[in-house]
Design a protein around this ligand. Structure first.
Ligand SMILES: [Zn+2]
Length: 412
């Protein structure tokens, strides 16, 4: 039934959303969070970064409900996968051609949708159109695409650049804020995990996405640099004055102690795998990583706790340089013990970095700190299933959170 105000057949559009949510119930919350904006300026459907979905009335009229259901899922996938956030972390040169980013993102989404036997309208983008394999992230597709490709414009909810048909943030239906979006992502990932347990596997890209949302691992250098930058920015805002260290001007003002700026640094604990499976070369690599950590946090005082752990914690050192680290152990492997011990310390860390060859069980749930896995050794076995190998692992600025943490390289 067409709405006389905007020409949109809402009944058909909502029937398609109902169908999408009914057939893929783990996506229901996200699908129903989307606000609808009818617009004859949008060619098909698109989303803005506030989770508002723009819909062409003519496209709805011309498209069967089954395909519209597929497009609903396509659009919500851009938002769940945080495509606009990830696009914002691309190098500036890559961000400029947002049409090309959009095609790479559509490749990342549509291979999963097609593997899930969803129907999409003709003319859909998929990796094989460009001779590319399925199952990659858009950051991996992007450099492999021909220059100047241009297909659909899925809006700022995809590539981050507002399309001409988007409303200003304050206009139109209420959007979804970033905190709520994060909650929706987590809820969806949990629903997917429950679905996998009871009903069997989901397409690979969705499954990896859900695992990454629930058990995020990141490149430790990138995470640490980010944490230090945040801390430094906070201190730069001059909000934390402390009387602990006198300012240099103090002598001029006899009897008055001026506050000096204290630079807060993140508390870091490093859990080093000293189990029998870690050889001397691996331990040496681990120590090099620790030196890198110490340098990056610009240690003043004892900021880093190092725990040597196999199936038990053998030595805990508070160190300012790698030479002070005491290692011990050599038995079985359970890094969870080290992680728990780090979190139980009175000087609770905000970041725990685990240096391991990967032959360890991992916590079943994300602990209440940043947990970073740095996997040591080039000949190391496959990382845990939620740690993905990244082809461009030296590119630190645009690495997606999902493709993380395999760093055997000495910090240089
Ligand atoms: Zn798209």
């Amino acid at each position: 039934m067409t709405d006389p105000r905007d020409g949109l057949d809402r009944t058909k559009l909502l029937a398609a959303r109902y169908r999408a949510a009914h057939d893929r119930p783990y996506l229901a919350s996200a699908l129903y969070a989307l606000g609808i904006v009818a617009s004859s300026a949008v060619p098909t459907m698109g989303v803005d970064r506030h989770w508002r979905c723009y819909v062409s009335p003519a496209f709805v009229d011309a498209t069967p409900v089954e395909e519209l259901a597929g497009v609903w899922i396509h659009e919500v996938a851009h938002l769940l996968r945080d495509h606009h956030g990830r696009a914002g972390r691309l190098p500036a040169a890559d961000q400029r051609d947002h049409y090309r980013v959009n095609v790479a993102q559509d490749c990342e989404i549509n291979d999963d949708l097609l593997a899930d036997r969803l129907r999409l309208p003709a003319g859909r983008v998929e990796p094989r159109l460009y001779g590319l394999p399925d199952g990659q992230l858009f950051e991996q597709y992007l450099p492999a695409l021909p220059p100047h490709v241009r297909e659909h414009d899925c809006g700022s909810g995809a590539h981050g650049t507002p399309a001409p048909w988007e409303l200003p943030q304050a206009g139109g239906p209420d959007g979804v804020g970033e905190a709520e979006a994060q909650a929706l992502r987590r809820h969806t990932a949990e629903a997917m995990r429950a679905h996998v347990r009871s009903r069997g596997p989901l397409p690979g890209g969705w499954q990896r996405w859900a695992e990454q949302v629930l058990e995020p691992t990141v490149d430790w250098r990138q995470a640490l640099t980010g944490a230090v930058r945040e801390a430094a920015a906070w201190a730069g805002g001059a909000v934390d004055y402390t009387y602990r260290r006198p300012s240099r001007r103090t002598p001029a003002l006899r009897g008055v102690v001026l506050p000096s700026l204290r630079r807060p640094l993140p508390r870091v604990a490093v859990v080093v795998d000293t189990s029998g499976s870690m050889g001397d070369a691996e331990l040496a690599a681990a120590l090099t990583e620790i030196t890198g950590v110490l340098r990056e946090v610009g240690v003043r005082g004892n900021r880093v706790t190092v725990l040597a752990c196999d199936a038990d914690v053998h030595a805990v050192s508070r160190v300012t340089s790698a030479e002070q680290v005491t290692l011990g152990g050599g038995g079985g492997t359970d890094m969870r013990v080290g992680i728990d011990a780090a979190l139980a310390s009175p000087d609770r860390p905000s970041i725990v970095i685990v240096l391991t060859d990967g032959l360890t069980p991992w916590p079943a749930e994300t602990p209440s700190c940043r947990l970073i896995a740095a996997l040591i050794g080039d000949g190391a076995p496959e990382p845990p299933h939620w740690v993905e190998r990244c082809a461009s692992r030296r590119r630190r600025t645009n690495r997606p959170r999902r493709a993380a943490a395999r760093s055997a390289r000495p910090a240089s």
